[in-house]
Design a protein around this ligand. Structure first.
Ligand SMILES: [Zn+2]
Ligand SMILES: [Zn+2]
Length: 244
């Protein structure tokens, strides 16, 4: 298998090293047909894109689309879940900037309410040391992601199961219903092979991405492809591999 698009890359607008144009040029060099620029949602306290920068990024992507017609360029976002009710850190009025909205769990996000701080961060951190709390944490994480998929038009869940535990059956079932792509992330190595096998029971599509934070990591997806191959996923179910 070989990818023809990298749907998850970061730039200097969050904590990547390359500019949008440098990412695009690298994707062209690799012969990719498409690249998505997917920096961190503004709710991330350390890496989030400054809210005033989204318009700048949109203008830059629009400029590059004209300059490099040989490649498709999407402006996306890797939004964060900021509440147990599934709220994400993309404001309604910001949705117009994005071709796609992706969502993933990250630590270091400014949460909506104090109860979310305990429900998410404290519980998930404690769950690492106290297995008895793991199920409760997993249920809360899963419910939040499921309601995010119901509440927003989400394109892809990034690295499902990384950072915090989730119930993959419930995530995949909702992803099938809402036509959300589940990512096989070559950097975080999630979906794992075991989770991918669970998700494959549903009519859900996958994408194998680099999650590149520097230009020369774009298109590096060998580890993700290995997971897909080991799990025996049908290449026809992966949106960004070459169909041969
Ligand atoms: Zn991420
Ligand atoms: Zn990322």
């Amino acid at each position: 298998m070989k990818i023809n698009a990298d749907l998850h890359t970061h730039t200097i607008f969050s904590h990547g090293k390359g500019t949008i144009e440098e990412n695009v040029l690298q994707a062209i060099k690799l012969g990719l047909k498409k690249i998505s620029i997917t920096d961190h949602g503004s709710g991330h306290l350390f890496y989030g894109v400054k809210r005033q920068d989204w318009a700048k990024m949109r203008a830059e992507v629009d400029r590059l689309k004209i300059k490099y017609p040989e490649i498709e360029i999407d402006l996306g976002v890797e939004a964060n879940i900021i509440s147990m009710d599934g709220t994400i850190d993309v404001k309604k009025e910001e949705e117009k900037f994005f071709d796609v909205i992706n969502v993933g769990y990250h630590y270091g996000v400014g949460i909506k309410k104090i109860s979310d701080f305990f429900g998410f961060y404290i519980l998930n951190l404690l769950a690492k040391g106290f297995p008895a709390l793991r199920k409760r944490a997993r249920d809360i994480n899963t419910a939040a992601l499921v309601s995010a998929m119901d509440r927003y038009k989400i394109n892809m869940i990034t690295h499902p199961g990384a950072k915090v535990p989730v119930d993959m059956d419930k995530i995949a079932k909702k992803a099938e219903q809402r036509k959300v792509i589940l990512e096989i992330n070559s950097h975080h190595l999630h979906l794992t092979e075991a989770d991918l096998k669970k998700a494959m029971k549903y009519k859900v599509r996958f994408a194998v991405n680099s999650d590149a934070h520097q230009v020369n990591h774009i298109g590096l997806v060998d580890e993700g492809l290995k997971i897909a191959e080991k799990a025996g996923v049908d290449p026809g179910k992966i949106v960004n591999v070459e169909k041969s």
